[in-house]
Design a protein around this ligand. Structure first.
Ligand SMILES: O=C(O)C1=C[C@@H](OP(=O)(O)O)[C@@H](O)[C@H](O)C1
Ligand SMILES: C=C(OP(=O)(O)O)C(=O)O
Length: 421
């Protein structure tokens, strides 16, 4: 855990242009696709943070070449995957869910483990699916060992992906390399974060893989090669939201350059969310510019599709002038931490009024006081504390280092945002 971090308060409306590092979700998909492709490829502007460095390290351990380019790019040279190897998943859902289906293509043993908190994240569905498809893997959670046989027959598998869209994405990413391809059928409560599956499908198609997603809850990947192609990684739109929130809560103006005109990133939904809370949001070739209102409005929102935005929306909600209800995110209890419980505990710990519901939380604005905001090793809990600290003096985030999961230098970016570096 890093030393306690006193969140800086804003002494007026925040005005800044904030370049945001690359998307975690795109970078880790591109790394996996490049690793199992038929030719070398370059990732331009990839995210280099804990989650993606762990993915790169894991692929290197499996025999893939991942070399640093002078401009921050990554050159990936595919190779037949092979064990014995150890994979440290850290706390990264994308590593723990995307790599085991790829490791089933390897020869030899691959040991997976991660942070203590990672050992309670839902994994059984992926491992059960791999077993059903013919893989030799024990267990239902980290740590586990997969004994690679150099490939899988593939076929059809039915899973319950209501706890994470990553179960589907992980299987699809490697499915074209299984002998008869792969059909994943979801059966259960609705799949969350569906745009992240759309991102997987779009990137597979860009890599020349035929994917049929025309039937709801069924995805079919044809067997065949994955084309080695270069990837240009977009800025991480979900990671942009704390910086945009700084303008929202101080009546300021923040621009994030390079915001894509069209994207599969669920973070793009932030444009509409901020607008509903009273902000003026403008997308132009210069990027996305957000102007904060005099008073933020509370909202009633279903965040099932963009559930990773919940901590930012909750932080905005405590500073709004009316109640907010967040629905549709029961599964975020299995994110880096139980985010529903964590948000409610930390908001109430500062004197706020938040309540858990079965599938989200309700926040009623109340005067807040300073105090310790616990991050629970969760990058988005930490950035939520930073947002509140802009307005509430004396907020101290206990583990700002948790932000390195997806942002290399959040404290530095935050200081630049406020002009206090
Ligand atoms: O595939 C991805 O890159 C992600 C999918 C989502 O996971 P869940 O479906 O578990 O919410 C999202 O919350 C996570 O941050 C990234
Ligand atoms: C849920 C998240 O991460 P992960 O990829 O580890 O699931 C997140 O970044 O909000």
């Amino acid at each position: 855990m890093t030393p306690q971090w006193s969140a800086p308060t804003a002494d007026g409306p925040v005005r800044a242009t904030v370049p945001v590092p690359g998307s975690k979700s795109i970078t880790n998909r591109a790394l996996v696709l490049a690793a199992i492709a038929d030719a070398p490829a370059t990732l331009h502007a990839p995210l280099r943070s804990r989650d993606t460095l762990l993915m790169a390290a894991a692929l290197r351990a499996l025999g893939v070449g991942v070399e640093d380019g002078p401009d921050g790019s990554w050159r990936v040279t595919p190779a037949p995957l092979r064990g014995p190897a150890s994979v440290d998943c850290g706390l990264a859902g994308t590593v723990m869910r995307f790599l085991p289906p790829a490791a089933a293509l390897a020869t030899g043993e691959v040991l997976f483990d991660g942070d203590e908190q990672a050992r309670v994240r839902p994994m059984g569905t992926v491992l059960g699916a791999l077993r059903a498809l013919g893989a030799d893997v024990d267990g239902d959670a980290l740590p586990f060992t997969l004994r690679g046989k150099g490939g899988l027959p593939g076929g059809e598998v039915t899973i319950d992906a209501s706890a994470s869209s990553q179960f589907v994405s992980g299987l699809l990413l490697s499915g074209a390399r299984y002998e008869s391809g792969l059909t994943v059928v979801h059966s259960g409560k609705p799949v969350p974060s569906l745009p992240h599956i759309d991102m997987t499908v779009a990137m597979l198609r860009e890599a020349g893989v035929a994917v049929d997603d025309s039937t709801p809850d069924t995805w079919r990947v044809q067997p065949g090669p994955v084309a080695g192609r270069d990837w240009h990684v977009e800025p991480d739109l979900s990671n942009a939201t704390p910086f945009l929130a700084a303008a929202a809560v101080t009546g300021g103006e923040v621009t994030v350059p390079g915001w894509p005109a069209s994207t599969t990133q669920p973070g793009d939904a932030a444009r509409d969310l901020f607008a509903r809370m009273g902000c003026v949001v403008e997308l132009s070739p210069a990027g996305l510019t957000l102007r904060g209102p005099d008073r933020l409005m509370g909202v009633d929102v279903d965040l099932r599709d963009e559930s990773e935005l919940t901590p930012t929306v909750a932080a905005l909600a405590v500073l709004a002038d009316g109640p907010t209800r967040i629905r549709g995110v029961a599964h975020i209890r299995g994110h880096e931490t139980d985010r529903i419980a964590a948000l409610v505990a930390e908001i109430n710990g500062l004197g706020g009024a938040a309540e858990e519901t079965e599938d989200g939380l309700v926040i009623t604005p109340a005067p807040l006081r300073g105090g310790v905001w616990h991050a629970y090793a969760d990058h988005r809990m930490a950035t939520a504390g930073a947002i509140i600290g802009l307005v509430v003096p004396g907020v101290v985030v206990d583990d700002i280092g948790s932000t390195t999961k997806t942002i290399p230098d959040f404290p530095g970016m935050w200081a630049d945002l406020l002009g206090v570096r």
